[in-house]
Design a protein around this ligand. Structure first.
Ligand SMILES: [Zn+2]
Length: 266
C-alpha cells in the first residue's frame, strides 16, 4: 500500500548526517510522502480513567490498510481526535501511531499521551520544529553539560524521551530517509527531479507532511473557536482568529448569547 501526498514544490532538503548538517540546495521539485505501514491492524480500548488507552495489534490475516489517504488529511484527522474511541477507529484504518519495536507485535497509546501528541504536533505546525538546549547536570558540585534535550514544557518531556531516535530527529526538523529520482526523459527534454520521503508510522507521516509544508513556507494558526481543532493556513498579513466563516459566526453567536444572559441578570 502507498499513500502519496499532493505534490508540493520544495527548494531545500535538509539532511542530518552523523557528522554535520548537510544543506543540499536543489532545484524546486515535487515531494511525495510514501507511507508504507506493514500489515493491517486491529484496535481495542482498554483501562479506566487516566489509564484509558488504545491497543493496536498487527494482524497478518487482515488486508493491508486502506489506500489513498492523504498525509495532510491524516494529520488533520489526528489533530481533531477527541477521545480514545475515536482514536481506536482512526488507527484501525491507518495503522500504528508509532512503530512497534518488533514487526508483528503491538503498540499502545494512552488517551493522555494522545492529547500531549496533539499539543506537540499543533505546536510544530504553528511555531516550527522543537528547539534543543544543553542538558545540565550537577557533577561533583559543578554544573556540567551532560547532553542535549528538547526545550519544551515538562509535561512533554517523558513522551519525547520515550520516542525513537528517528522520531526525535524528525521532531527537531531533520529527515533521515528520502530519495531523489531523476526522470528519464526523451533526449530533447530536460530531466526532472522528484523527492520521496519514506514514513513507516502515522507519526512519521504527520511529521513528514509538516516538514514538506514548512519547506514551502506554509504557516498555520489554531482556530480561536474553543471546540475547533483546525490549524488553518495563514495566508495574509492581516491576522484572523477563526479557521472559517462558520467558526467566526458560531463564536459571534456565543458572544451575543452570553451578553444577552448578562443583560437579563441586571
Ligand atoms: Zn474553526
Amino acid at each position: 500500500m502507498q499513500v502519496t501526498n499532493t505534490l508540493t514544490k520544495v527548494r531545500k532538503l535538509q539532511l542530518l548526517s552523523p557528522v554535520a548538517t548537510l544543506n543540499l540546495n536543489l532545484p524546486a521539485m515535487p515531494v511525495e510522502i510514501l507511507y508504507s505501514p506493514f500489515p493491517g491492524v486491529s484496535t481495542s480500548v482498554e483501562g479506566q480513567g487516566k489509564e484509558r488507552a488504545v491497543r493496536i495489534r498487527d494482524e497478518r490475516r487482515r488486508p493491508f490498510l486502506e489506500a489513498n489517504r492523504e498525509p495532510l488529511a491524516l494529520r488533520n484527522t489526528f489533530l481533531g481526535l477527541r477521545n480514545v474511541e475515536e482514536a481506536a477507529n482512526f488507527f484501525l484504518h491507518v495503522g500504528h501511531f508509532q512503530m512497534p519495536k518488533e514487526t508483528f507485535s503491538e503498540s499502545v497509546i494512552t488517551g493522555a499521551d494522545l492529547y500531549l501528541w496533539q499539543e506537540v504536533i499543533g505546536s510544530i505546525c504553528v511555531q516550527g520544529w522543537l528547539k534543543e538546549e544543553p542538558l545540565l547536570r550537577t557533577i561533583k558540585g559543578k554544573k556540567q553539560i551532560a547532553g542535549v534535550q528538547f526545550a519544551v514544557p515538562g509535561a512533554w518531556r517523558d513522551l519525547l524521551n520515550a520516542s525513537s531516535t528517528k522520531e526525535q530527529r524528525w521532531l527537531a526538523g531533520h529527515i533521515d530517509e528520502f530519495s531523489i529520482a531523476v526522470s528519464n526523459p526523451r533526449p530533447d527534454e530536460r530531466p526532472t527531479l522528484r523527492a520521496t520521503i519514506h514514513a513507516y508510522s502515522v507519526l512519521e507521516t504527520i511529521l513528514a507532511v509538516t516538514y514538506a509544508e514548512r519547506l514551502c513556507g506554509i504557516k498555520r494558526a489554531l482556530c480561536s473557536f474553543p471546540d475547533c481543532n483546525t490549524y488553518y493556513e495563514v495566508r495574509s498579513k492581516h491576522p484572523r482568529q477563526y479557521c472559517s466563516e462558520e467558526c467566526g459566526h458560531k463564536a459571534l453567536m456565543r458572544k451575543r448569547r452570553s451578553e444577552q444572559r448578562a443583560e437579563r441578570r441586571k
